[in-house]
Design a protein. Sequence first.
Length: 361
Amino acid sequence: MSEPIGEQIRRAPKVLLHDHLDGGLRPQTILDLAPEGHLLPAGDAGSLGRWFEEAASSGSLERYLETFDHTVAVMQTADNLRRVARECVADLAEDGVVYAEVRYAPEQHLEGGLALTEVVEAVRDGFAEGEQQARDDGSPIVVRQLLTAMRHQARSQEIAELTVAYRDQGVVGFDIAGAEAGYPPTRHLDAFEYLQRENAHFTIHAGEAFGLPSIWQAIQWCGADRLGHGVRIIDDISVGPDGSPRLGLLASYVRDKRIPLEMCPSSNVQTGAATSIAEHPIALLTKLRFRVTVNTDNRLMSGTSMSREMTLLADAFGYGMADFRWFTINAMKSAFLPFDERLALIDEVIKPAYAVLGAMS
Ligand SMILES: O=c1[nH]cnc2c1ncn2[C@H]1C[C@H](O)[C@@H](CO)O1
Ligand SMILES: [Zn+2]
């Protein structure tokens, strides 16, 4: 009897481009690190994990984002940041992730008196410790940082400069996140233009809680290399009575230019960006050969992992290992890592492992 798909997925190498450091803490770590006076909504790890998932499932991005108050609160010292970063790497390696770009907003970790540079360095050290441990355990993983600026704040230029300053210390790109409605990407145009002049990479959360104008601005005004979510690109695609798809100008551009879509199925259902996994636009976008990647977004808030997201897609759409090989190579091609390092991971790690699993192309 052949091995169940979920088990094959777990063993396969996976690549993760969209994962928030402050959305992936272990519930027990939150309990261990909660500062005096910070009231948590539950007193044991199991209940706390369930609370996050329920509280994040309201159908509103704004309410979803409120749950981060409890994770960001325990990430205000260098020691705590280092621990959270180290555990993040351990959890991803355990799940079979071989390359990850993990993002967070340094400006949200200054309440304990740290400087922005100290925040980045603590995460850098935690990632290095986690990578070393994973190598020792025989499950090597490469993890890089993306620095996020909060779109409702006004620190994006500073965070963009931090991204460039730490480009040789594990920071491979920049992002903006937070409530999308009312905070268009062009609000941070100076930061994006600065990054372009510095030959730096960036992705933008767009087309999640707001539609096509946000995606259009992210690409055509700001020059985003990738789209965080980008699910609403589906609004620029219609399917005729005979089943033939018609792409509008923006959807055509995104597909023609191979702009990577960082899709996060469970998160999208929780925030209302998609009605269910079964109706998630990822199926049509995959069929139309957009450059689709599969991601976790926030493992704590969604009670998920890369293996779980892929298994949900396998159950909903009948995807097999050849499909997961395609998503994984799409992601590796779209990473902000230098080309030679991407190629090495594709040729030496990903393709051989999928071949063993019987997925050739
Ligand atoms: O899916 C998301 N959309 C917009 N913002 C998000 C999402 N997930 C997390 N964030 C925010 C909350 C975090 O505190 C911040 C930095 O990781 O990014
Ligand atoms: Zn996100």
